[in-house]
Unconditional design. Structure first.
Ligand SMILES: *[C@@H]1O[C@H](CO)[C@@H](O)[C@H](O)[C@H]1NC(C)=O
Ligand SMILES: *[C@@H]1O[C@H](CO)[C@@H](O)[C@H](O)[C@H]1NC(C)=O
Ligand SMILES: *[C@@H]1O[C@H](CO)[C@@H](O)[C@H](O)[C@H]1NC(C)=O
Ligand SMILES: *[C@@H]1O[C@H](CO)[C@@H](O)[C@H](O)[C@H]1NC(C)=O
Ligand SMILES: *[C@@H]1O[C@H](CO)[C@@H](O)[C@H](O)[C@H]1NC(C)=O
Ligand SMILES: *[C@@H]1O[C@H](CO)[C@@H](O)[C@H](O)[C@H]1NC(C)=O
Ligand SMILES: *[C@@H]1O[C@H](CO)[C@@H](O)[C@H](O)[C@H]1NC(C)=O
Ligand SMILES: *[C@@H]1O[C@H](CO)[C@@H](O)[C@H](O)[C@H]1NC(C)=O
Ligand SMILES: *[C@H]1O[C@H](CO)[C@@H](O)[C@H](O)[C@H]1NC(C)=O
Length: 503
């Protein structure tokens, strides 16, 4: 019914993937065509009959993970935990999964191996059980619906009976990561965000997420939109889980120039901030940007969201938070009217995608132009019925690079809106630690153009069953503080609801 995971990896590799840390050598070969997640007894009997696999190999395969644990080898707190990865996060071909961002043009092209984030998580013992559906090309193709890709089809919310057609828009672009986690297909997921793609789908699946400061962890090997704004991040059922995954992702990557700035800000322990004594509202000052961000005629949000926000603000105040309300953002209205972000992303994707593609082998797509031509030549499979075109990609292909005056001006405008007259202004002027606002609306854009962190926590549920979230935005590298706010909220929240139709 929910069809969440369009490429279940062979767990083969999931487990062999534990060989990633160089001190662990696989003791046996296991045939990649057998996927222990999906294979049936009847099929196994055939594989055994024709000699593809032996019974000894099979038994070893099923025991390996627990064996390691029994031997006292626990790679991290993530050891043996199944995760879904958004299908733009590059994984080693030996895992039996393509990396396509939902586009058929990437099918069959070979990644150079695990991207740094994937390698780090596998070294921590994570089992990647599948690549999740997404808004194709992270919603940088054209007029597609949230969670739709040519390879995967339409991702459906697990919470709204009747799915997309009944208003159950899962949001995007990390739609499958969010739905898959909320529907119990995996313990947690990796998604990615350029502007909203972690926080929006997480908020519609009652998940916790951290869109970290750009550069705190590597983006190398992740099919990009923009090196200026992209981040990879965790989507989880608790603050602790999100902090734990983040802790195992962060780090310098000489191939990602944005990670240089993060080097002095990377911490080795993020989970501690999800625990006492950090997880508290006491001593925290929160800025409430009432104007614009809480305005329903601007956000289009239903009234339930502000009602829940007002209750949450009162509760946080009762728990010791100091509220500055209102604490308005001078640049707020520019967020809605400025075209600077579009200019930056259009320019970035042309350059950054070419860099990504240069790392692939056997790829028929080497440039953005190739991708556009592929989509046109394969319109029957690449466009949804009634979908008109790929206007976003076509717009992007006309850009003239990151040295163009129009680009440099746009980037300066984004920093002015996001930082100088945005987040930095409010937090400095009001002496606040973070902004607090509904996740639905323009929250993600303010953080996105600034390159600053934003987190989302479950807040409430609409009559349709669709969840919504509350966001906190902080200064660059303020992840520890934001994690402490997430955990403080989680500690006083009712348990997150699971999708009623799956119970
Ligand atoms: C063995 O049997 C399996 C299951 O029927 C089949 O998929 C596979 O191709 C066979 N392999 C060989 C080498 O015959
Ligand atoms: C566990 O320990 C046994 C006995 O020492 C050893 O044979 C085996 O290889 C170990 N397994 C792993 C996965 O380390
Ligand atoms: C990638 O997709 C191609 C085409 O569908 C398929 O033949 C291949 O087995 C896939 N690669 C991996 C590693 O799964
Ligand atoms: C995008 O798709 C929607 C729904 O399919 C449609 O109403 C709208 O006109 C389309 N917009 C463009 C620019 O094609
Ligand atoms: C950087 O990229 C090059 C080329 O893809 C690769 O050989 C090298 O190992 C990478 N460096 C790191 C630190 O990953
Ligand atoms: C992080 O700090 C917490 C609290 O002190 C501790 O329990 C945990 O073991 C630490 N994690 C790591 C990886 O050191
Ligand atoms: C909300 O925004 C609308 C449209 O910009 C504006 O007319 C209205 O005055 C705003 N409401 C408040 C309370 O600021
Ligand atoms: C952009 O300008 C810088 C400094 O003038 C120069 O070093 C760099 O090569 C230029 N890059 C491109 C892509 O033209
Ligand atoms: C992508 O989305 C839809 C539904 O979730 C589904 O029909 C298709 O199988 C997709 N792949 C996955 C798995 O999500």
């Amino acid at each position: 019914m929910l069809g969440l995971i369009y490429l279940l990896s062979s767990l083969t590799l999931g487990l062999l993937s534990l060989a990633a840390p160089s001190n662990i050598t696989p003791r046996w070969y296991f045939p990649s065509e057998i996927d222990v997640l999906s294979v049936t007894v009847q099929e196994l009997q055939q594989f055994l009959s024709n000699g593809t696999v032996t019974s000894v190999q099979l038994v070893q395969r099923y025991l390996e993970m627990d064996d390691m644990r029994a031997n006292g080898t626990i790679l991290s707190e993530l050891h043996g935990i199944p995760m879904l990865f958004k299908d733009n996060v590059g994984t080693d071909m030996s895992l039996g999964m393509n990396t396509t961002a939902g586009n058929f043009g990437f099918l069959g092209s070979r990644t150079p191996g695990d991207c740094p984030v994937s390698a780090k998580l596998r070294a921590a013992g994570v089992i990647i059980i599948g690549k999740a559906n997404l808004s194709e090309l992270a919603n940088f193709k054209g007029n597609i619906t949230n969670g739709w890709s040519a390879r995967g089809g339409q991702t459906q919310s697990a919470y709204v009976v009747g799915g997309f057609a009944a208003g159950g828009d899962p949001c995007g672009s990390s739609s499958g990561s969010a739905v898959g986690t909320s529907a119990g297909f995996a313990a947690a997921a990796l998604g990615s965000e350029t502007d909203g793609s972690l926080v929006c789908p997480s908020n519609r699946a009652a998940l916790y997420t951290i869109r970290m400061s750009v550069g705190l962890s590597s983006r190398t090997g992740v099919i990009p939109i923009s090196s200026t704004q992209d981040t990879v991040g965790p989507m989880t059922k608790s603050t602790y889980d999100a902090a734990l995954i983040l802790e195992n992702m962060v780090g310098f990557d000489s191939n990602d120039s944005f990670t240089y700035a993060a080097r002095d800000h990377i911490q080795s322990n993020y989970t501690q901030y999800a625990l006492p004594p950090y997880a508290t509202f006491q001593g925290k000052t929160l800025a409430v940007p009432r104007d614009f961000f809480y305005n329903e005629s601007i956000s289009g949000n239903p009234p339930e969201i502000n009602e829940a926000m007002d209750k949450a603000l009162a509760m946080m105040a009762s728990l010791g938070a100091t509220l500055v309300d209102p604490a308005n953002v001078p640049s707020a209205y520019d967020l809605a009217t400025s075209t600077a972000e579009t200019t930056v992303l259009d320019t970035d994707i042309k350059v950054d995608l070419a860099t990504y593609l240069s790392g692939l082998t056997d790829s028929s797509i080497e440039t953005l132009e190739d991708l556009i031509n592929f989509n046109d030549a394969n319109a029957d499979i690449e466009f949804a019925p009634g979908e008109c075109c790929q206007q976003t990609l076509v717009r992007a292909v006309q850009t003239t690079g990151k040295n163009a005056t129009v680009y440099l001006d746009a980037r300066a405008q984004d920093l002015d809106i996001g930082r100088t007259r945005g987040i930095d202004y409010v937090l400095d002027t009001y002496g606040a630690d973070a902004l607090v606002l509904p996740t639905e609306g323009y929250a993600s854009s303010l953080a996105a153009v600034a390159g600053y962190p934003i987190v989302s926590v479950p807040l409430g549920y609409l009559p349709s069953g669709q969840p919504f979230g509350m966001a906190f935005i902080g200064k660059q590298w303020s992840e520890p503080l934001l994690i402490s706010l997430m955990a403080a909220w989680e500690a006083v929240s009712p348990p997150r609801k699971v999708p009623a139709q799956l119970m």
